[in-house]
Design a protein around this ligand. Sequence first.
Ligand SMILES: [Zn+2]
Length: 432
Amino acid sequence: MKSFHFAFLFFTLLFFTNSCSQSKKVEVEDITLEDTVFVEEDLTFGFDLDEYIVKYDTVEQGWTWNNLFEDFDINQYTINTTAERLKDSLIDMKYILAGKPFMTLKSKKDTSNAPKYLVYEPDVFSYVTFDFNSDSVGIRKEERPIEIQEKMVSGRIEKNSNLSVELGKNFDNYMMTAAISDAIEGVYAWSVDFFKLQAGDKFVVYYDEKSVDGVPYSVDKIKYVWFEHANEGLYAFNFTDSTGEVSGYYDDKANEMKRPFLMSPVKFSRISSSFNMNRLHPIYKTRRPHLGTDYAAPTGTPILATADGTISKASRSRGNGIYVKIRHNKTYDTQYLHMSKIANGIRPGVRVKQGDVIGYVGSTGAATGPHVCYRFWKNGRQINHRSEKFPKSEPMKEEVKPEFFEYIKPLKEKLDLERLKLTVTPALEPEV
Ligand SMILES: [Zn+2]
């Protein structure tokens, strides 16, 4: 549409120059219109909408193809065969989905009552065009191109706020906020306890954004980040060396950012009760130590193994409810209580990897609401995992380091530039 407005404005100007100022006429005639103005046809789904009467609508709950095609002049047999053809592997549409948009188009020149075209959008990536001009309905599925573009988002954690809330100020789309917050927590899962974020913590994140038709819908990957927690800054760079053998997130000293344990077994949760040697128990109403950390999250939220290990228990007891325990090595065990259900295939003896889903949040056993009580054992004693310092993982191979430092140099400069903007105090009002 923009190109059309521009062309219109250009012609108008041309007209005025022409008629109002005769002396400049020669100059104006020198301009060859073909060279200067390119009027691009404005097509939506391949249609010039100016030539059609367009009706926009949304699929309603419980609709079948019959409802979708009701404005069209076709019989039940054609509807059935069309529905059959939609199931084939190229189109792969078995049902229509409630809430999805569609539009019908009727040519302004057409004298019949029924529209001749329908465009249905099953998702943001594609649309399906139906052509009812002949006896057999024409079906075409078009994919929209996915664009990937580097973007930056930065900010600071305000009082009584959190990462999602701060990120949310930059996006009008909850999906993007969730995708970025999830990706950042993934990068720093081993080094920052996101439940301990405090006012003044800052972040600068460069990421690749995926969009369709200029509308962002997800994060392809987090590329490089700077995160400051409690006045301590941490860089993270996504790096793959030229041989492809070394790959992952590394800090500015080439240490891989992977740690033996994830900071928490659930994403998007909050700590409802910390490890505490003298807690008043909400059910037993007595003071007894709380030897775990409670993460409140909706029933059904996946619970992740915080480290590689072997399942030692997948069972049920009165207090613990449904629970899983994992043996990681000679020193460490972790235990996850009050599950609504244990994940498929999780039973004693099974090996799990860090981040594998082992069960789902619930409130079985002595629990007042849905949460996972995460218990961390060191040499057979329960400890507070949030105050345990874990060893850093292996450093990068020496021969890869020069390539790494070369790669991160300009990226670090970009991050530093942005973090400076976050720390600069606002200019004072000029005196009157
Ligand atoms: Zn607990």
